[in-house]
Design a protein around this ligand. Structure first.
Ligand code: SF4
Ligand code: SF4
Length: 444
């Protein structure tokens, strides 16, 4: 693997007070009110402080470090104990109630009523775009993205993870479900993107099978197909993944990788100790394979806020990332996506514990942007769970909001799902605030 000596040291730094201004729109209370051991305050460092600490053993798996951190993290332990006590469904119900209570206090109706009332007041917006809203319901067009969550196992346990992945999660897609997903891909003429996510999807036994089969089929049938690997970057240094960059390159897989900051402390606070250094190593490996520079080898980074604030402008942040990562580490990439933290799962837990759910929901509602509605990802994406259950999006998947209890074995092609309206709920305000948010980044 790339050694730490590939990384260049930094002398750049901005003050703590500039962080939220530079990196997004804060909830009431701002960054100063934002303290937690799992979401620590930035303590005088910022994304511009781009040095890395040497990894004790960069060739060892990150899994041991992650497990040790989970073990010693009081909030993780508390969360685990709570899940054991009231179950995942109980937790989901509880966080939903917390969001609803916050919206009630703000006098805000449910998401679709809010969206439809806004449209009634202002009109459907851009006349050239047919509104996806009918009778206060959202209806999808022919989906062109098939997103598969192929398992929840991950070598990391990030504190904003909306799928609550970790090395302790064992849920994984079977070969039967994977094969059926490929069949649906082949049967669905509008689908031009296969989006593989997890967990760390590369650590799932079916990952390489899915990629190889999908690429082979696309070549044989002269179909344009984008295959996306949602990569956490540290997986490239996991034992057994030494050939991953070459595998991705050989199969023309686009890499979309999380890097919530270009400074070590912020990334490690959010994603775990040692993650920043290994992420830089992963990026350098991808660059070495041609990602980020060669034609057809797309490398996209994903930013999400380190706390209860909205992301800043995608284009201006992209310029900062490009400059900093190139200057400090020689890392190149193509695009940056910004996504909003959804008030669900671990982030919802954090908001509730800190008493910030109401402020965050208020931030989302106050920044509602009707122009984001035609770009909501549930309108062009179908999300499949590790067990084959069908969902409108990955968030609904994590909240157990399936499409009519259907699985991949119940339909012949994705168009079969067009007749069902999208299931929305109070978490949906996370997709429609500011510049919008989706797995493809900002939507306006
Ligand atoms: S790397 Fe991604 S899937 Fe894994 S814990 Fe972090 S956010 Fe979740
Ligand atoms: S959370 Fe899912 S269903 Fe709700 S608006 Fe976002 S993409 Fe659509």
């Amino acid at each position: 693997m790339e050694s730490m000596s590939h990384r260049r040291a930094s002398d750049g730094r901005v003050g703590e007070g500039e962080l939220v201004g530079e990196f997004g729109v804060a909830a009431a209370g701002g960054a100063d009110a934002f303290t937690s051991s799992r979401y620590p305050r930035h303590r005088g460092t910022s994304c511009l402080e781009a040095t890395v600490t040497d990894d004790a053993n960069p060739n060892a798996s990150l899994i041991e470090t992650t497990l040790a951190e989970m073990e010693s993290d009081a909030e993780f332990q508390e969360l685990t104990e709570k899940i054991a006590r009231i179950g995942v469904d109980g937790m989901t119900k509880e966080e939903r109630t917390q969001r609803r209570r916050a919206l009630d206090e703000l006098g805000v109706p449910n998401f679709m009523t809010f969206v439809a009332e806004h449209e009634d007041r202002t009109g459907p917006g851009d006349e050239s775009t047919a509104s996806p809203i009918r009778n206060k319901k959202l209806f999808r067009s022919d989906p062109n993205i098939l997103q598969l969550n192929i398992g929840l196992f991950c070598n990391q346990a990030c504190n904003h993870c909306h799928v609550e992945s970790s090395p302790l999660r064992k849920e994984t897609m079977s070969s039967e479900v994977a094969a059926r997903c490929l069949r649906l891909l082949q049967n669905s003429p509008h689908v031009d993107t296969l989006d593989l996510t997890g967990g760390a999807p590369e650590l799932n036994a079916e990952f390489r099978f899915l990629v190889r089969m999908a690429r082979e089929w696309a070549v044989e049938n002269d179909r344009e197909l984008t295959i996306i690997d949602r990569c956490n970057l540290t997986v490239l240094s996991e034992p057994g993944q030494e050939d991953l960059a070459e595998f991705l390159k050989d199969n023309r897989v686009d890499v979309v990788a999380s890097l919530p900051c270009y400074g070590e402390e912020n990334v490690d606070n959010q994603r775990g100790r040692g993650v920043f250094g290994r992420s830089i190593d992963g990026l350098l490996k991808l660059n070495e394979a041609g990602y980020g520079t060669a034609e057809g080898l797309s490398l996209t980074l994903v930013y999400n806020p380190g706390g209860p604030f909205l992301p800043p402008s995608q284009s201006s942040l992209e310029a900062d990332y490009k400059r900093e990562l190139d200057e400090k580490f020689g890392v190149k990439f193509n695009n940056l996506l910004t996504i909003t933290n959804m008030p669900i799962k671990r982030f919802a837990d954090f908001l509730a514990r800190e008493g910030k759910m109401k402020e965050y929901m208020e931030l989302l509602v106050n920044n509602y942007n009707p122009e984001t509605v035609p770009g909501l990802m549930c309108l062009n994406t179908i999300s499949v769970g590790w067990d084959g259950t069908l969902y409108d999006c990955d968030f609904n998947q994590q909240l157990g909001m399936d499409i009519q209890k259907l699985s991949v074995f119940d339909i012949e092609c994705l168009t079969d799902l067009q007749k069902y309206s999208v299931k929305t709920d109070n978490h949906c305000f996370g997709c429609s605030a500011g510049a919008g948010s989706s797995c493809q980044g900002a939507t306006v």
